[in-house]
Design a protein around this ligand. Structure first.
Ligand code: 13P
Ligand code: ZN
Ligand code: NA
Length: 283
C-alpha cells in the first residue's frame, strides 16, 4: 500500500531501525526495489531527484510507484528527494508524492528556515511530511550544489532552533557523508550525530550512504538515523548487470534481456541493505 513517510519513520524511530530510501531512475529500478521489499517484508521508500524528474517526469514516477505499491503487501512511500524549491515541492504534492524534501542546505540558515517553513505550512496541512536539510552533505547530487569550504557538519544548536521553527517532519544532517563515490574511506562523525539527537526529536536522515561501510551505518542508526538514502549503489548495480550481459552477448538488441541481470543486481544491493538497516520483517 502507498503510505506517507510519517508513520513509517516514527515506527522506525520507536523500533530502533531505519527505512531504506532508494533512488529509482526507471521502471526497472522500481520493479527491483519493490521485489526486494516484498521478499524482505520491509517497509520501503522510493525517491526521485529533480534530475530524475527531468529525465521522465513526476507523473510517470508517481504512476509506476502507485502501481507497485497497490499490489504490494508492504508499506511503500514515494518521496521527492532534494526538492529544489517551493514550486517543485508543490508539483510533487499534486502528482501524488506522499513525502517531500525541501533542500535549503545551500542557502544561509535564516533563508533555509524560511524556505522550509513555506513548504511545511502547505505540505503538512495536506498530510504530507517534509524532510529538510541542515548542514552539508558532500559531493554532487544531480544539479545540486557541490559542497566546498569550512564546517560541513550540522550544528546541534542550529538544528534545535531549525526544527522548532520550521516544524519539519524529519531532518537530513551533515555528519561526514557525501553523495556519489568516495575517494577514501568515509567516516561518519557519530559524536556530532549523538549531539544532534540529544537536541532534536524528529527522525534523522542520512544522505550519501552509498559506499559507507555497513557497521558505520548500523552505528548511525543507534545514534538516531531513521532513514538511509542510497542512489549511487543502485546505479552501479544496474549498469554492472546490464553491461555484464552485453559483454557476453554483444549482438543482443533486446533491452529486456540485459535489464534482467541489471534488476537482479539492484535486488541484491537493496535486500542486503534492508537486513543491515534492520527493516527486514518490520512490515
Ligand atoms: P549516494 O550517492 O551516496 O547513493 O547518496 C544518495 C542520496 O543521498 C540521495 O539523496
Ligand atoms: Zn541526498
Ligand atoms: Na556516497
Amino acid at each position: 500500500m502507498l503510505v506517507t513517510t510519517k508513520e513509517m519513520l516514527l515506527d522506525a524511530q520507536a523500533g530502533h531501525y531505519a527505512v531504506g530510501a532508494f533512488n529509482v531512475e526507471n521502471l526497472e529500478f522500481v520493479m527491483a526495489v519493490i521485489k526486494a521489499a516484498e521478499d524482505k517484508h520491509s517497509p520501503v521508500i522510493m525517491q526521485t531527484t529533480p534530475g530524475t524528474i527531468k529525465y521522465a517526469n513526476l507523473d510517470y514516477f508517481a504512476a509506476m510507484v502507485r502501481v507497485a505499491a497497490e499490489s504490494a503487501s508492504v508499506p511503500v512511500a514515494l518521496h521527492l528527494d532534494h526538492g529544489d524549491g517551493f514550486d517543485r515541492c508543490m508539483q510533487a504534492l499534486r502528482a501524488g508524492y506522499t513525502s517531500v524534501m525541501i533542500d535549503g542546505s545551500h542557502v544561509p540558515f535564516e533563508e533555509n528556515m524560511a524556505l522550509t517553513e513555506s513548504v511545511t505550512k502547505v505540505a503538512i496541512a495536506m498530510g504530507v511530511p517534509v524532510e529538510a536539510e541542515l548542514g552539508k552533505v558532500g559531493g554532487k547530487e544531480d544539479d545540486g550544489p557541490a559542497v566546498k569550504g569550512e564546517n560541513p557538519y550540522t550544528d546541534p544548536d542550529e538544528a534545535e532552533e531549525f526544527v522548532n521553527r520550521t516544524k519539519c517532519s524529519s531532518l537530513a544532517v551533515g555528519v561526514g557523508t557525501a553523495h556519489g563515490v568516495y575517494k577514501g574511506t568515509p567516516h561518519i562523525e557519530q559524536g556530532v550525530l549523538k549531539e544532534i539527537r540529544n537536541r532534536v526529536d524528529v527522525p534523522l536522515v542520512l544522505h550519501g550512504t552509498s559506499g559507507v561501510p555497513d557497521d558505520q551505518v548500523a552505528e548511525a542508526i543507534k545514534n538516531g538515523i531513521c532513514k538511509v538514502n542510497y542512489a549511487t549503489e543502485l546505479r552501479q548495480a544496474f549498469t554492472r548487470g546490464f553491461m555484464g550481459y552485453m559483454a557476453e552477448n554483444p549482438n543482443n538488441f533486446d533491452p529486456k534481456k540485459p535489464s534482467k541481470p541489471g534488476m537482479e543486481e539492484i535486488y541484491k544491493v537493496v535486500a542486503s541493505h534492508m537486513d543491515n538497516l534492520g527493516s527486514t520483517n518490520k512490515a
